[in-house]
Design a protein around this ligand. Structure first.
Ligand code: PNS
Length: 185
């Protein structure tokens, strides 16, 4: 019988309840699902790739058919490397559609054998994005219902570090990747 493997690529900075909702849905329709974190040297992320990987691994520990990996370069090249047949992406609202359509069609042009599968997260997550989580947390708002508990804790720790940094008290172990103080995107 044919088994279908999909990758779910993204930045996941940080992973949200919306991402988890999509992973849950994807794990039901695909035999195997790889959550693939892009290692993007152009970005100045809140969390290092290693931190994001740990958070996603903890969030997906109960799903037998879900694994977490990292990649760089083209998504389609990574999909081929891990022998996936599909790329899973979430569409929350009409505003996502144009960008996602463009990306799906470009990926199809690059690699016609791969299918992009769109799924909608639960409506209650339709407004939720990693960018807004970062912004709300930075401005002191509650993020507990937006991200899993372990992620909320990690974000709070990051914001505490950033706050101390802004007050002229830089922590000794801040590396350039995943530091608390970040550029907006
Ligand atoms: O969570 P995001 O930031 O919306 O994810 C975007 C992502 C990682 C899926 C996209 O930027 C991507 O696929 N990047 C890898 C480089 C690539 O393949 N670019 C061509 C896509 S058309």
């Amino acid at each position: 019988m044919k088994r279908v493997k999909a990758i779910y690529p993204g930045s996941f900075d940080p992973p949200t309840n919306g991402h988890l909702d999509l992973i849950q849905r994807g794990s039901k329709i695909f035999d195997e699902l790889v959550v693939a974190i892009l290692r993007n040297p152009d970005k100045d992320p809140l969390f290092s790739v290693a931190d994001r990987r740990k958070m996603l691994e903890a969030m997906t520990a109960d799903f037998d058919n879900v694994s977490v990996d990292t990649f760089d370069g083209l998504t389609v090249e990574y999909a081929l490397k891990v022998e996936a047949q599909a790329i899973l992406r979430g569409i929350r609202a009409v505003s996502d559609y144009e960008y996602e359509l463009q990306m799906a069609l470009m990926n199809r042009k690059l690699q016609p054998s791969l299918e992009t599968v769109f799924m909608m997260p639960a409506e209650k997550f339709s407004y939720l994005s990693s960018r807004l989580v970062r912004e709300v947390a930075k401005l002191g708002g509650a993020i507990d219902c937006l991200v899993p508990g372990l992620v909320a804790q990690k974000v709070r720790e990051k914001m505490d570090v950033a706050h101390k940094f802004e007050n002229g008290d830089p922590p000794a172990d801040q590396s350039s990747e995943g530091r608390g103080k970040r550029k907006k995107r």
